[in-house]
Design a protein around this ligand. Structure first.
Ligand SMILES: Cc1ncc(COP(=O)(O)O)c(C=O)c1O
Length: 406
């Protein structure tokens, strides 16, 4: 396979899956060695003093967390469920708890965790948390999540801030929040949190954003006489699924951060909490072709599985990149365009439309790379009650069946 995503370990694993079962293959294969190397590279590239957390919402499978745990500084959770799972899987690791609409019970759960910092999203949440923490007799570290406008920064496809959104607090609310904090000994303000956008592919714009966050926090620090040292600049480093060379340039970003550190003379420390950029590359979704047909002049390859396992192409509205792992049958089509679809009875079950292929036969495997983030966990898995895909984690302990069903 002449493809930048080609991975010999994954190819061997597919052959193994085929040997093990007479049923057509439908599986997620995760290359944990690649994940480890990538995360280590990300961490090493960061300047000293910058922290790297992993946003578990991208993919919280146990072996993924286990692989990342020795490398990252901690994990970010966006619900009580994620918090519980992270605490179970990686007890004692530093946790961040963010996201809008937290329940009182979730706040109480977080307050009980000794290594958990809460990202407060609104004045109402601040009040509830202060009360819950005081009742529990705890003093909890918090960051205020702020939604600020940064002029000239532009939009990405997924904006969480810089405009009216449900996320974070308006700068107008800050004086009131700080006033309430002065009367809330149960809460310790340690920093400010910003996550204005995901799918950011421009490292220079992201650097400008980080600079704006730091300037803003310095301004607040002096205007309100605050003793905060940390700025969480979020995640959102983007992937170009069609052309990885256009993805966010992490090395360029980290080099820019290092220059920024030299230029600035302050004691603010940076923390990042990416998800997609960390784990996307380690996952592959594999579907074996069941049928190839021509319909109204177009070819369709129907393969085992579909968007109920792998919603990413539908969620992103794109044709997902793929590779073909040829079996031993003669090609049913050669040098044709073919749409790659799953088993669902909806035309939306489309993974890539009208794609040029050299050759394809039933029994071949379609291998979709870049399936390690926002893939299985965002899919509508129960629709039509097809069985779940197999889960294969290369370079680690076998996964128990109960976990594979999760
Ligand atoms: C607050 C926050 N932090 C981090 C992330 C992770 O974003 P990404 O996976 O794009 O890096 C998200 C994603 O929605 C988020 O909302």
């Amino acid at each position: 396979m002449n493809n930048p995503h080609h991975n010999a370990r994954v190819e061997q694993a597919i052959a193994q899956l085929q040997r093990q079962s007479a049923e057509p293959v439908c599986a997620y294969i995760y290359d944990l060695q690649a994940l480890r190397q990538h995360a280590q590279w990300m961490k090493t590239a960061l300047p000293a003093g910058c922290e790297l957390y992993y946003a578990a919402k991208a993919n919280a499978e146990a072996p993924i967390l286990q692989t990342l745990a020795p490398i990252v500084d901690g994990f970010e959770a966006a619900s009580g469920g994620e918090l519980r799972w992270l605490q179970q899987q990686q007890p004692g690791r530093p946790l961040l708890f963010g996201g809008p609409g937290k329940l009182d019970s979730e706040l109480a759960q977080a307050v009980e965790l000794p290594h958990c910092t809460l990202h407060v999203e609104s004045l109402g949440e601040l009040d509830r948390l202060a009360h819950i923490a005081a009742r529990a007799g705890r003093r909890v570290p918090i960051f205020l999540r702020m939604n600020i406008a940064v002029p000239g920064i532009g939009d990405t496809r997924l904006m969480m801030g810089g405009k009216p959104t449900p996320f974070g607090m308006d700068e107008e609310a800050l004086p009131l929040a700080l006033e309430r904090l002065r009367h809330s000994p149960s809460l310790q303000l340690e920093g400010f949190h910003f996550h204005l956008m995901s799918h950011q592919r421009d490292a220079d714009i992201q650097l400008a954003l980080v600079r704006a966050y730091l300037d803003t926090v310095l301004r607040w620090r002096s205007s309100y006489d605050l003793d905060v040292r940390m700025v969480n600049a979020g995640g959102g480093f983007g992937i170009d699924y069609a052309d990885m060379r256009q993805s966010f340039d992490w090395q360029r970003f980290c080099d820019g951060l290092r220059r920024l550190q030299v230029q600035r003379d302050d004691d603010l420390r940076l923390r990042f909490e990416p998800g997609r950029y960390v784990s996307v590359g380690c996952g592959y979704y594999v579907m074996q072709v069941l049928d190839i047909k021509r319909n109204h002049g177009e070819y369709f390859a129907i393969a085992r599985g579909g968007t109920h396992h792998f919603r990413t192409p539908a969620a992103q509205g794109h044709d997902h990149p793929f590779m073909i792992w040829r079996g031993d049958r003669d090609a049913a089509i050669e040098r044709e365009k073919v749409s790659l679809v799953g088993q669902l009875c909806t035309p939306k079950d489309m993974l890539a439309r009208a794609q040029q292929v050299d050759a394809l036969a039933t029994g071949d495997c379609l291998v979709f790379p870049l399936a390690g983030a926002y893939a299985w966990n965002i899919s509508h898995q129960n629709f039509l009650m097809h069985p779940p895909p197999q889960m294969l984690f290369l370079d680690c302990e076998p996964v128990s069946p109960s976990h594979a069903q999760r």
